[in-house]
Design a protein around this ligand. Sequence first.
Ligand code: SF4
Length: 361
Amino acid sequence: MPPAELSQLQNALLIWFAEHQRDLPWRKNYPAYGVWISEMMLQQTRVATVLDYYDRWMKALPSIPSVAAANEATILKLWEGLGYYARARNIHRAAKQICEQHAGEFPNDYEAIRQLPGIGPYTAGAIASIAFEQDRPVVDGNVIRVLCRLLNLDADPKTGSTQKKLWQVATDWLPKGHARNFNQGLMELGATVCHVQQPSCLLCPIQPHCQAYVHQTTETIPRRTRRKAPTPVTKAVLVLVCENQVLLRRPEQGLMQGLWTFPETLVNEEEPLVELQAEWQRRNRPNFQLQTNWPTLTHAYTTFLATLHPFYCTLISIQADFPLEAEEQWHPLQSLPKLAMAKAHGQLRQSLLNQNDQDSP
Ligand code: SF4
């Protein structure tokens, strides 16, 4: 793009952002800690969803040392429902690292930011530019869409060569000294005007510079790659109650690491309860009695789609006879709301608490 036109584009975007930016809590004085937490929460998650989480988090953990000192259960409870829990665990690890290596102050050196767990080039660029006003570019999903359309770039944005080109453009187009607002302007435009479908081009401040608008290719650019269909899996979930306590597991590894779940087992669709009982017997576990089966739930994970058949059961023998396996624990029913649970299991927790209210005299 010729320098004069680039300058017009930069000015138009900066003016638009100054007038139209959303009022977001981490934009008040741009504290590095707040910008970092917001960026971590916003990965794969919409602003509207993040607002309540951000507010709760900041009230509970107002500083980086308070994050470092918190236990993992507190961190996961604050993150409960946001998904992609590795982000929360990375924040916890990074906070400890910041306390050990940077006296509890978020580092402003780009390379030091990159050394923190869970921080890749995008998040490092966002924190460096937004919190510390350094001339660092950002390329996220919104920026990719805006840049591809401005350039009328009909290429798969996921390929290494296209990514490299977009990072180069984001670097070249950055107006020196204005990275905070220019980067946010690109992202804000992508989120609120340059929508995936039916972008609001007539309201767009940089429309005179947009090649996709000129060539009427905004519906096909950026090129969309077909996602692999998630693998379907079916599970039976056992909500097992005995003596006012419920059996829970907390996996130490994997997708659900650190989150409480009801015990579950992979089954075929046809007779999930029969398979659950058979599995239980294979492991020499005490019999249980079905009280009721609750409606089937589905939950989409990144690579698979889980169908859950939940069964509310009671243990026939007394709890003391029950041999607990690794990662299992009995929990009083009244303590359930305090535990961080995987999303679908959190829904089952609510069913159990409702059931308990109904059953109480
Ligand atoms: Fe996006 Fe339309 Fe603006 Fe181009 S003119 S950047 S397609 S909103």
